[in-house]
Design a protein around this ligand. Sequence first.
Ligand SMILES: NC(=O)c1ccc[n+]([C@@H]2O[C@H](COP(=O)([O-])OP(=O)(O)OC[C@H]3O[C@@H](n4cnc5c(N)ncnc54)[C@H](OP(=O)(O)O)[C@@H]3O)[C@@H](O)[C@H]2O)c1
Length: 262
Amino acid sequence: MAATRPVALVTGASAGIGRELAHILAREGHDLVLVARREAELTELARELKEKHGVDSRVAPADLAQPGAAQDLVEALGSPTPIDVLVNNAGFGGHGAFAERDRDADLRMIAVNVTALTDLSKLVLPGMVARGRGRILNVASTAAFQPGPFMAVYYATKAYVLSLSQALAEELSGTGVTVTCLCPGVTETEFQKVAGVEDVPLTKGPLAMTASAVAEAAYKGMQRGALLVIPGLHNKIGAQSVRLAPRKVILKVVRRLHPVEK
Ligand SMILES: NC(=O)c1ccc[n+]([C@@H]2O[C@H](COP(=O)([O-])OP(=O)(O)OC[C@H]3O[C@@H](n4cnc5c(N)ncnc54)[C@H](OP(=O)(O)O)[C@@H]3O)[C@@H](O)[C@H]2O)c1
């Protein structure tokens, strides 16, 4: 990696929004640390980023569901590896009744969406604060704005990400470090297949955005230090309207977006 270029660490860089963010960060002159489980995809991405943008990437395969994964990752980078931009994007969802869903799958979801994101932020933030600059982009979801019956754990993890991100942004004001929370709505990625929601009403509508449009909005928001980025007017309106509607109504509507077969 070139000592002159800022370094961005992107989790979940092997696909979807994370992969697009890695391209944008490379285009904007960052060297990359690319994190996900699929090493072959990361290696191919690193090659593309070098070819298109001339930047260097470090491929750092990791399963962020494993205990201590964030610490192992940071230790493997060696010290001192200043991270200028941290993109906590890795995450996945899961569909089904809470009482019936696989316990291990839900605990892994919490480990990736919540624990790894929290721990990586804890590990990287002190260096950013000491240097007086840095940006963190945490990927939540429009799911963060209300509970999600039949995707209960996923929605709850994203509510955590939104809450943590906004609290940290305030704690860090005046330090030169910004925290931005990205809340995309339905986006065309591998997410729907992984979560088992390819055929539910929520994901079948015409309003899905491309991963590249979401990533561009996220990058712009992060650069201006925005607290919250909700890409797409329809998603912004949706996020506002759940604040006004009664909770019981919201719960009935959301369960219809991804019902389970009875
Ligand atoms: N797509 C949507 O509709 C949507 C909407 C709102 C929010 N989001 C959020 O956007 C973020 C990115 O998702 P996406 O839509 O781009 O989905 P995606 O295409 O499925 O990408 C998810 C990324 O997370 C990585 N990941 C998953 N489990 C991991 C683990 N245990 N360890 C390390 N990396 C792991 C995956 O890499 P490997 O499989 O190689 O590990 C992949 O790179 C997620 O946090 C998701 O919750 C998505």
